[in-house]
Design a protein around this ligand. Structure first.
Ligand code: NAI
Length: 342
């Protein structure tokens, strides 16, 4: 079965000529792993995003079906499907933003690190394609373990001579989305009015919610702090166990990924004041930690990450959490770096 973009070439071309004249300006976005549990709802939500003019859906299985399905939605973006390694370069050429939810998810009893062996190679291959075909694209990396896959991507890009720390972002948005939801429940507020910074990384104790910096300003007692910190750190496991072997978070992840991608696109467009948390290249001199990667609040703009915010004042509970997070993060980062350098 050929993807619909090939079957309907004539019509597709006419439509793109019309776009080339400026009918619907927007960004070109590729989703790699588009037929998966996250990929499918993520592709659907990106097709609904008015900032997207072209949407490329790539996977090693089932992408023609997902593409046919999503291409029938009467929204602006032109959708094209790409199947298998031989079509990866076409999928990537010309893209402004590449979102990567490709890889295997957790089953009950697994940690994110248990996914390393399979996902590390997948991320390596996809990033080699990005370095070759769209080295200036912003990359949103979702595949776990994010604490290691982002260093893997950075090493691949360094090897290719294309690494720009501003353009590589590990997606930790789901931790923020969960934190906003759980904190709003405790405070009796609408989650849309709550903003919880979550820093560190994206696995267990490396997920560090800064409850002392919640907006609107509020105070929690010790029991609430323990409950919220544990629930935010184990939100992924809560879903893995509830799905009982049928995968990990997909729908809330797709929502979070699209919220984050939309922020990146608004930054690219030049909107001011776009601040989100993400796992990015980092350094001690900007008031974060001595680790080379860390999830922080970042300001997004035309070139990607334009500013990494300092951690800000932490209370004792958060300082303890930070020490635990740093220990695990350091090992995960090193594991990713060694995978490419070995
Ligand atoms: P899934 O198994 O449902 O989908 C993964 C998709 O990737 C499949 O369609 C598969 O064919 C595709 N794929 C495999 N190898 C590929 C390759 N070489 N190139 C392109 N596509 C390839 O898994 P799901 O649930 O969508 O999760 C995907 C990843 O996202 C997992 O690693 C999971 O741990 C991670 N994840 C990350 C989160 C985060 O907060 N960053 C949250 C939830 C999941």
């Amino acid at each position: 079965l050929l993807p619909p973009n090939i079957q309907m070439e004539g019509c597709g071309l006419r439509r793109e000529n019309c776009r080339a004249k400026g009918a619907a300006p927007g960004f070109k976005v590729a989703v790699l792993g588009a037929a998966g549990g996250i990929g499918q709802p993520l592709a659907m939500l990106m097709k609904m995003n008015p900032l997207v003019s072209v949407l490329h859906l790539y996977d090693v299985v089932n992408s023609p079906g997902v593409t046919a399905d999503i291409s029938h939605m009467d929204t602006g973006a032109v959708v094209r499907g790409f199947l298998g390694q031989s079509q990866l370069e076409d999928a990537l050429t010309g893209m402004d933003l590449v979102i990567i939810p490709a890889g295997v998810p957790r089953k009950p009893g697994m940690t994110r690190d248990d996914l390393f062996n399979i996902n590390a190679s997948i991320v390596k291959t996809l990033c080699e394609g990005i370095a070759k075909c769209c080295p200036n694209a912003i990359v949103n990396l979702i595949s776990n373990p994010v604490n290691s896959t982002v260093p893997i991507a950075a090493e691949v890009f360094k090897k290719a001579g294309t690494f720009d720390p501003k353009r590589l972002l590990g997606v930790t948005m789901l931790d923020v989305v969960r934190a906003n939801t759980f904190v709003a429940e405790v405070l009796g507020l609408d989650p849309r009015d709550v903003d919880v910074p979550v820093v560190g990384g994206h696995a267990g104790v490396t997920i560090l919610p800064l409850l002392s910096q919640v907006k609107p300003p509020c105070a929690f007692n010790a029991k609430e702090i323990d409950y919220l910190t544990n629930r935010i750190q184990n939100g992924g496991t809560e879903v893995v166990e509830a799905k009982a072997g049928a995968g990990s978070a997909t729908l809330s992840m797709a929502y979070a990924a699209v919220k984050f991608a939309d922020a990146c696109l608004r930054g690219l467009r030049g909107d001011a004041g776009i601040i989100q948390c993400a796992f990015v290249a980092s350094q001690a001199s900007i008031g974060v930690t001595e680790l080379p990667f860390f999830a922080s609040k970042v300001r997004l703009g035309r070139s990607g990450v334009e500013e990494v915010h300092p951690l800000g004042p932490l209370n004792e509970y958060e300082r303890d959490g930070l020490e635990k997070a740093k220990k695990e993060l350091e090992a995960s980062i090193q594991k990713g770096v060694s995978f490419i350098r070995k």
